[in-house]
Write a protein that binds this ligand. Structure first.
Ligand SMILES: *Cc1c(COP(=O)(O)O)cnc(C)c1O
Length: 319
């Protein structure tokens, strides 16, 4: 990836003149079966540009009550977009409760914000939402004239787990955001894809949000390298997550809550405030919230590292 960055041809992308950015955008659009794409600095900026492309000031979007877009993006849709979130309960499958979503759609009346957009996340806590559920969301959106956006930060994991093409996971949506960072290993960047007109609108908002960047082919080259080399291998992360889960469940004092794609959710059976520091002293960095932890596998965590984690956890709990 460092070599790809060093070799990247660059230009001024604010003028649409950076060939490496243009290549990343057209390649990602093609891969996701969309007309157009825009390279953005982060998943947060990507989702916000999408929401602002779909919705006007005073409009509303339907979003999962645990969704990243709602919970973990600083309330940007409301603060910067003047878009009201209407939260919808999330089912144990990870999909939104579409019945509740439909019931929350507002009548066309001056008392209400105008419901304009349905927003889904896949994967959600690592849970893969299947194509039928995604299509059911499309049908709901069509019945009510709503736009349909996918926060596909982890669309790649869904595609690998379902053994379908990325375009199949993206097919039902008007706009799809994918992350090149995190599990894919690029240092920076997301791509928002969709129709030519929605992406033109998103590009305008990206500029206003301070996200138009100049010789940014350096970062786009990293993103292209990640897409070309780090998608298929996500299957290893899913396998390592399974090995980690299987190992942890054998350790007294640990209960497995779930293992979904590259994520493992565990808890200790007793309160262990010292566990995080104890593991750290053994060379394993983890984060715990009370007695819960979410462990995420990615390309920098090998099968041997999983063994190291299991040995460290076992030693800490059985000392
Ligand atoms: C990380 C993440 C984002 C935001 O990406 P950033 O690049 O960190 O802004 C959006 N959605 C989901 C589901 C994520 O996991």
């Amino acid at each position: 990836m460092r070599a790809a960055i060093a070799a990247a041809e660059v230009g001024d992308d604010v003028f649409g003149d950076d060939p490496t950015v243009r290549d990343l955008e057209s390649h990602t659009a093609r891969l996701l079966g969309k007309e157009a794409a825009v390279f953005v600095s982060s998943g947060t900026q990507s989702n916000l540009c999408a929401l602002m492309a779909h919705c006007q000031r005073g409009d509303e979007y339907l979003v999962g009550d645990r969704a990243h877009t709602y919970m973990f993006e600083g309330g940007g849709a409301a603060v910067l977009g003047s878009i009201q979130p209407q939260t919808v309960p999330t089912l144990t499958s990870g999909m939104l409760d579409l019945g509740a979503a439909e019931a929350a759609i507002k009548p066309d009346d001056a008392h209400f914000a105008r419901t304009r957009l349905l927003c889904i996340e896949n994967t959600r806590d690592g849970k893969v939402i299947g194509l039928e559920d995604l299509q059911a969301g499309r049908e709901l959106a069509d019945r009510h004239g709503l736009g349909y956006h996918l926060d596909g930060a982890r669309l790649w994991n869904a595609s690998i787990a379902l053994q379908v093409a990325p375009a199949d996971v993206a097919a039902a949506f008007d706009t799809v955001s994918v992350c090149l960072s995190k599990g894919l290993g690029a240092p920076v960047g997301s791509v928002l894809t969709g129709s030519t007109s929605l992406i033109a609108e998103a590009r305008k908002w990206r500029k206003m949000l301070g996200g138009a960047m100049r010789q940014v082919g350096l970062l786009a080259a990293a993103g292209r390298h990640a897409i070309d080399n780090h998608v298929e291998r996500l299957a290893e992360d899913h396998k390592n997550a399974q090995l980690l889960a299987e190992g942890l469940v054998e350790i007294d004092g640990i209960e497995l809550e779930a293992q979904n794609t590259n994520m493992v959710f565990v808890r200790t059976t007793q309160h262990m405030p010292e566990l995080e520091q104890g593991l750290w002293r053994r060379g394993v960095q983890t984060r715990w919230s009370g007695n819960h932890s979410r462990m995420v596998l990615h390309l920098d965590v090998s099968e041997a590292d999983v063994e190291t984690v299991l040995t460290a956890v076992s030693s800490e709990l059985n000392n």
